[in-house]
Design a protein around this ligand. Structure first.
Ligand code: DX5
Ligand code: ZN
Length: 220
């Protein structure tokens, strides 16, 4: 599977978002990772649905929406997404994740299921037929700038083995949280395919995004 870069736009300069998106286009970034929080599933609130719809109007980079919310179904109709966009929900935030994943596909976009560090990879088991991506959180979600959790590499390796064993070699694994070039290289070896780049690798003051993206690609 090809290795893809997803830029975490909550880490961009919020007062200069359009410029940042143009920089990310120049850098050849594959996805824009948009974190949606509800102040309940995680103790923070960042970007919202109007932001998503506004971004869709100004760029062709597909979105990778990460919903850190309880009961995500209530929000699905508020987003105008297309066939190349991922819409990812958390296993822990939805008692009816199967139905929500099916609805995401009915909506015409790609479905993703995310799991927190303490959630076992076996949780994916009965939902694999409804998933287009597995998001393995490498930090507890909610904030940028945290440290990767100790068992992240083993968990990614275990997830890849689990998906392959169940016959889902085509489901890519995304990793999110403290994906520095060093951690990215490790996660890549463990089987990660999509890398969320935030303050650890791409959004660094006075550093050119194209150079940072190229440096990151070089270690994968
Ligand atoms: C939360 C976010 C963060 C963050 C990633 O889901 O996606 O994990 O922005 O960037 P880092 O951890 O490098 O600041
Ligand atoms: Zn995220």
């Amino acid at each position: 599977m090809s290795k893809l870069l997803s830029a975490s736009v909550m880490c961009a300069d919020l007062m200069n978002m359009e410029n940042s998106i143009r920089e990310l286009e120049k850098a050849g970034i594959d996805y824009l990772h948009v974190d949606i929080m509800d102040g309940s599933f995680v103790p923070n609130i960042t970007l919202g649905f109007d932001f998503i719809n506004a971004v869709k109007k100004i760029t062709d980079i597909p979105l990778d929406v990460h919903m850190m919310v309880n009961n995500p179904t209530q929000f699905l109709d508020l987003m105008n997404l297309g066939k190349d966009d991922y819409l990812c929900i958390h296993y822990e935030g939805d008692l009816h994740a199967q139905r929500t994943l099916a609805k995401i596909r009915e909506k015409g976009c790609k479905s993703g299921l995310a799991i927190n560090p303490q959630t076992p990879v076996e949780c994916f088991e009965h939902l694999l037929d409804y998933m287009d991506m597995a998001l393995v959180m490498t930090v507890s979600p909610g904030f940028a700038g945290q440290k990767i959790f100790a068992g992240a590499g083993d968990k990614v390796r275990k997830t890849r083995a689990f998906l392959d064993e169940k016959g889902f070699r085509n489901i890519p694994i995304e990793v999110d949280g403290n994906i520095s070039p060093e951690n990215g290289a490790k996660m890549s070896k463990c089987g990660a395919d999509i890398f969320v780049l935030g303050t650890s690798s791409l959004f660094i003051k006075d550093k050119d995004m194209t150079e940072s993206a190229n440096a990151f690609r070089a270690v994968l």
